[in-house]
Design a protein around this ligand. Structure first.
Ligand SMILES: Nc1ncnc2c1ncn2[C@@H]1O[C@H](COP(=O)(O)OP(=O)(O)OP(=O)(O)O)[C@@H](O)[C@H]1O
Ligand SMILES: Nc1ccn([C@@H]2O[C@H](COP(=O)(O)O)[C@@H](O)[C@H]2O)c(=O)n1
Length: 227
């Protein structure tokens, strides 16, 4: 029964380190991994491909309902994301991809359309779920919920370093602006706003290296008898 399969919900704002932490946890525990943000990103990208405006809520929800998306790990260990058989991995990771995702994610019918798809990832032996509403809406019965945050300035700095390393030409002030804009949209929307679940452990990683974040969460995993 799905409810008996443990879930670790990892929520928080953009650039807090959720993806990095979730991958490490899934790898250590040999559990499945859900990148729920990728589903919103692909929905935004699919709209661009299909010529659907992000402002046309009914049409965007229809795109989300019929989203043909696949996640395949390539030989180098990278997850490739495809929409209708077309690799969109690069496009969905741009800042525009993030803006599209957070715009379509504010549409209630889109969230409804993606709910069952996210819950289907709950498979034995367990799931690490990365997102904004994993602990509050998608898996409210998760035995461990982490809300990982960091200051906007630190998150922009991390994203800047990450994009520089990929050879992208980026501006730190522009990234900070994007992050603050996305935080505001994600936190103020009417459905599934970005807030910690009441029973979440809130971790501020502004001055914590990822190894310390991981060790702290692994202690909580063991305390709950999940490993
Ligand atoms: N504690 C940390 N200290 C320093 N850098 C970190 C830390 N955690 C993550 N990073 C780095 O910050 C960048 C963003 O991390 P990551 O992609 O995991 O964030 P995220 O919360 O999943 O963001 P998003 O929601 O936008 O996908 C990465 O380059 C990652 O290596
Ligand atoms: N559970 C989620 C996950 C993501 N979103 C929205 O998608 C945007 C992109 O997410 P990333 O984790 O890939 O950065 C994010 O800004 C949210 O608007 C969401 O609403 N719920």
């Amino acid at each position: 029964m799905a409810a008996a399969i443990p879930v670790i919900a990892v929520d928080g704002p953009s650039g807090a380190g959720k993806g990095t932490l979730s991958h490490l946890l899934a790898e250590r525990l040999h559990w499945h991994f859900l990148d729920s943000g990728a589903l919103y990103r692909v929905t935004g990208q699919a709209c661009l491909i299909e010529g659907v405006s992000w402002q046309d809520h009914a049409a965007v929800a229809e795109v989300a309902r019929h989203l043909q998306v696949s996640f395949v790990t390539d030989a180098g260990g990278e997850v490739r994301v495809s929409y209708r058989g077309c690799d969109v991995s690069r496009e969905i990771r741009t800042e525009e991809g993030g803006r599209g995702a957070s715009t379509v994610a504010a549409i209630p019918a889109v969230r409804e359309a993606l709910l069952a798809r996210q819950r289907d990832f709950r498979q034995p032996p367990g799931l690490v779920a990365d997102g904004r509403d994993m602990g509050t809406v998608v898996f409210p019965d998760a035995p461990l919920k982490i809300f990982l945050t960091a200051s906007a300035a630190e998150r922009a700095r991390r994203r800047y370093q990450q994009l520089l390393a990929k050879g992208e030409n980026v501006s730190l002030p522009r990234l900070l602006e994007d992050i603050e804009e996305r935080d505001a949209r994600d936190s103020s929307r009417s459905v599934a706003p970005l807030v910690p679940a009441e029973d979440a452990i809130v971790l501020d990683s502004s001055t914590m290296p990822i190894t310390e974040v991981f060790d702290t969460v692994m202690r909580a995993v063991r305390q709950r008898g999940l490993a």
